[in-house]
Design a protein around this ligand. Sequence first.
Ligand SMILES: Cc1cc2nc3c(=O)[nH]c(=O)nc-3n(C[C@H](O)[C@H](O)[C@H](O)COP(=O)(O)O)c2cc1C
Length: 403
Amino acid sequence: MRLAGKRVLLIVSGGIAAYKIPELVRLLRGEGAEVRCVLTAAGAKFVTPLVLQTLSGHPVGEDLFPLGGEAEIGHIQLSRAADVLLVAPATADLLARMACGLGNDLASAVLLATDKPVLVAPAMNVRMWQHPATQANVATLRARGIGVIGPESGPMACNEFGPGRMSEPEALLAALVALLAPAPGPLAGRHVLVTSGPTHEPIDPVRYLANRSSGRQGHAVAAALAALGARVTLVSGPVALADPEGMAVRHVETAEQMLAACLEALPADAAVCAAAVADWRVAEIAAGKLKKQPGAAAPRLELVANPDILATLAAPGRNRPRLVVGFAAETADLLAHAEAKRRQKQADWIVANDVGGGSGIMGGTENEIHLLTAAGVEHWPRLAKEEVARRLALRIAQALAAT
Ligand SMILES: Cc1cc2nc3c(=O)[nH]c(=O)nc-3n(C[C@H](O)[C@H](O)[C@H](O)COP(=O)(O)O)c2cc1C
């Protein structure tokens, strides 16, 4: 009974996948959840209110203006009396109404009026899902903190194949359990600071110095730590990745901004500095775009050193995290440079990887690392960055448990 005492408001919109919702209601009640359902007019074409009412044990909300007066199951009351709102299936149309902030029926009005966590399980034809309008609406909803479950790929009711199938009721149940009753992981109660991605150091208003870091490894480490129950603060440079769910994310551009965000996030039990921070920045940022003048020499950029974030966080002091982990990306003499970095910067561990030409590691999906600690060097096989992250998070959990 993992959801005992939890109140789920299930909003069912008009997609063919609504036929799976009675099964979801049954599963939720089996876990002890109290389930109330709201059905859109289109949703009622696919599943009857009588089925949902019978399985949930509560009247089903369908009308924004019920004849019996709003007091019974009004839109504000429905939101108040829930711990979470799940929209399943979420039609393209309802996602669009949510993204636009419309409240022209009971489902959209409840979603607009709520301050509770909202999860959506999109379900639609593959081209509806891939349409730029739907993708933009989903991106808007994600940016507002709404959790998106699925959709899955596979054969569809419309005889097509591709992404658009609603996630199965078991997966929706698992998402609700993860949100409402997360298992206490080995990092529960710990705060971990993670940096990720490159930094951009401006030259003028349109140009900057950067590097090839994608942020994949740092973001994966942040997600793996959160999956073990840690409270994670992710300080991210400019990346093309979605914010991982379930953590505080601070977006920065420059090394100086990254350091400030890190110091603000302290105290932390551990810090993982996976960001590829620019060593130098341009001494004087031009106020206007540097112009190419016919016959004139190319401009000379004077660089100055950026603050060293790893060394700053690892320096002894009251606010030093108990475990400070740095990353070293090298193209030659990997282990010697990495061990020198560990000692000079007073980091506890260094995750070293060879990013030489042809390794495909910087910006790629896999990583082959060496973990340098005071006890020596471990060589890990080439693994997906998510798996490197999972193993590293477990090691961090063990190290914090031992201190
Ligand atoms: C047979 C049939 C199946 C449909 N299946 C879906 C679907 O899976 N996903 C979707 O986004 N829209 C689907 N639609 C279109 C929606 O029902 C329609 O956009 C409706 O206005 C959605 O209203 P609602 O968002 O208020 O439920 C389907 C329509 C029909 C006639």
